[in-house]
Ligand binder design. Sequence first.
Ligand code: A3P
Length: 318
Amino acid sequence: TKSNDLAETDEVAELLPSLPKETSWRSGYMYRYQGFWCPEKQISAVIAFQRHFVAHKTDTILVTLPKTGTTWLKALAFSIMNRAKYAASQNPLNSFNPHGLVPFFEYKLYANNQIPDLSVFPSPRIFATHVPYPSLPDSIKNSSCQIVYLCRNPFDTFISLWHFISQARPERFGPLSLEDSFDRFCNGVAGFGPFFDHVLGFWTKSLERPEKVLFLKFEDMKEDINSQLKRLAEFLGCPFSAEEERDGVIEGISKLCSFSNLKDKEANKTGMSIPGFENNTLFRRGEVGDWVNFLTPDMVDRLNKIMEQQLAGSGLQF
Ligand code: A3P
């Protein structure tokens, strides 16, 4: 690991005043960088990632918006790709939080002005990011590495985000208003958003280049995890064999990565795998449709109208 050139030149400090700025949901600011709202703390990591990351052909990059099921996807992809390496009882997910096994570029690898030495990662490597498609490093777009994108309906994503940030926000700022947060979410002002730009960027690519981008939905995974696991394994070039299917390997992975199983692991009840966020706050309810308990009919109406307009003609539905 070495120090990055951004720290040396203070380039980020010079860039920030030129960018549109909003107070963040949590503390500090978010900046609109290359069209997306990037939390202040992650900006230099994102730029270093864009400049320095060199993708390998065999890499898998998991991409999500915050609170759309990142932790679950990390667990599933890790388990699929390492299934020959560990017996179920030996799987590192029993003793590590998924974010410790599949690191984020912007919260971990390129954070703190570091350029990581990624040659230490055994191949095939798995990494994760919230960065939208147009801002991914050219090396990811142009090499034959693969992208798995997971999205979730905007209603549940918003409610999950509101709870998550409410818990992480310093107490001195007072409670995070549901109404204000909703207004900002609807206006696209949320980390790595606007929501629909992010989702549509990957949706469009998945249609253009299905061998490059696999597009998954949280709701489909909740409805039938085994068939989505099969899709994922096929896409990653390691489909389950007939023998594995017969031996219950798919069900074993679904179970290992299930909300109820992971939530109760010691490693997920304590500690902090993403700086500033307690591991236990990553596991709240893990259901579809919890938004009905929080949003007023007017709010639902407003977001439905935005969704209709944004997704019109795309073929994508929630
Ligand atoms: P809720 O707040 O609706 O419960 P992320 O991992 O991107 O931060 O997303 C967090 C959301 O995924 C939370 O949603 C969390 O409870 C849910 N989640 C975490 N692990 C899960 C799992 N193994 N299965 C299903 N949902 C999970």
